[in-house]
Design a protein around this ligand. Structure first.
Ligand SMILES: Cc1ncc(COP(=O)(O)O)c(C=O)c1O
Length: 418
């Protein structure tokens, strides 16, 4: 039987529940807007991925870029996760959450010399290099430090992830990695540099991928390269498939971890080298909701009606950035016919829109709404634009909740200014 995705936010006669906590009680404690996450949803999502790959040697390096709040990282570490970091800041946060440097892969286009020097000095598990030039910089910094950096090269296979163009990364028109056909020569030319140890090869073709075919093609390309590198005498310890597993934003899974494993494992089994996975969205995306209050309602003569929320693109940028879809629930659903609402934020930008013509029950000022599936690429992308303060984050575990990040204050923001 096909496994259903666990949906932590469920309406009840008493109000919206996150697991066994009434979201209204969270709002009483922290106000709005606020991010609410379910620990159980994160556990299940992590275990689903881990379980799907159980029969093959694998390591899950949760991608911090999706959501790097300390409490979530500690939870994931307790489940056995390792970390994928995209900046020195993320590496430091991962370490504060208890991840050992050896459990961190450091990915990212445009790593600075300082970032590389720090990563090498801390013996980060693997640096996923983006270019031949970066490998040379790593080699020279490592040699200066008298160390050997463990590296993998990120390859660009020119595969269409069939996701949103802004989050596709594996096409030759994207800035990521080196053309896959150049990789073998790049390894061969640098294999004997004293500052480098080639331990892996890395690919990541995009995010929110909802069909198995591009992931299988990426795995095939990676395996074929790994085989060539092994024939050349490179002692690969792992192949890194990156992240990208998409989630259902409509309340049902589109591609499950088992579908993903079924697509890539036949390829991987041909070489038997352990695989590194870097999922972000698939671990935390469905676990979070942004809870917000209606602050104004406007009706225009053409029939258009707007509900203006106290959350906008400053809290959740995805709709403005990618036109992404999120389910929206009213926490005080009124009886009567649903009608079409434009759900918008308070920011002075016309793109500050969460949904157009969304069918919802009547909304009134002070009503609460929940924007669902915002656990990934939500809080991490928030900004202080319009001098708005970062929203608090709350972690629900069974029948309890904990404020894992308090609301930012004016003093927090102005502390950096003279
Ligand atoms: C190199 C790399 N690994 C992992 C991820 C995580 O992707 P996702 O959240 O889609 O799983 C990303 C995101 O873009 C990435 O760039």
């Amino acid at each position: 039987m096909r496994r259903l995705v666990y949906l932590p936010f469920q309406p009840s006669p008493a109000g919206l529940l996150c697991d066994r906590v009434n979201v209204h009680s969270i709002v009483e404690a922290v106000g709005t807007p606020a991010y609410v996450y379910s620990a159980e949803a994160i556990r299940r999502a992590y275990r689903d991925i881990d379980g799907a790959f159980a029969e093959y040697p694998h390591a899950i390096h949760y991608a911090l870029k999706a959501n790097s709040t300390l409490a979530l990282l500690r939870l994931l570490r307790s489940l056995g996760s390792r970390a994928d970091a995209n900046s020195w800041g993320e590496i430091e946060v991962a370490q504060r959450a208890g991840f050992a440097p050896s459990d961190i892969v450091f990915t990212g286009v445009g790593k600075t010399r300082d970032e590389l020097a720090s990563a090498i000095a801390h013996d980060v598990g693997t640096i996923n290099a983006e270019s031949a030039g970066e490998l040379d910089r790593i080699a020279s910094i490592a040699t200066q430090q008298g160390r050997v950096a463990r590296v993998a090269l990120r390859v660009n296979p020119d595969i269409d992830a069939k996701s949103h163009p802004n989050i596709s990364t594996g096409l030759k028109s994207n800035k990521f990695g080196v053309p896959i056909q150049d990789a073998r020569a790049i390894y061969a030319e640098r294999r004997h540099l004293s500052g480098l140890k080639f331990v892996g090869v890395h690919i990541h073709i995009g995010s929110q991928i909802t069909s198995a075919e591009p992931l299988a093609r990426a795995a095939r390309a990676l395996v074929s390269l790994a085989r060539e590198l092994c024939a050349d005498g490179v002692a690969l310890e792992h192949v890194d498939l990156g992240g990208g597993l998409g989630i259902g934003y409509e309340g049902r899974p589109l591609l499950t971890p088992s579908d993903y494993a079924a697509a890539v494992l036949p390829e991987l089994r041909q070489i038997g080298i352990p695989v590194v996975l870097e999922p972000g969205r698939a671990v935390v995306g469905n676990a979070g909701a942004l809870v917000s209050r209606v602050v104004d309602v406007k009706r225009f003569p053409d029939g258009r009606q707007f509900a203006v929320l106290d959350a906008g693109m400053t809290e959740l940028m995805r709709p403005a950035l990618y036109g992404s879809f999120h389910r929206i629930l009213s926490l005080a659903p009124r009886s009567g016919d649903e009608s079409a609402w434009d759900i918008v934020g308070p920011i002075c930008e016309s793109s500050d829109v969460f949904a157009r013509e969304r069918l919802l029950p009547e909304l009134r000022v002070d009503d609460l709404v929940a924007v669902l599936d915002t656990g990934a690429y939500g809080a991490v992308m928030a900004s202080n634009y319009n001098r708005r303060f970062l929203a608090p984050e709350v972690l629900v575990d069974n029948d309890r909740f904990e404020i894992i990040r308090r609301r930012q204050t004016l003093d927090d923001v102005l502390a950096l200014e003279s």
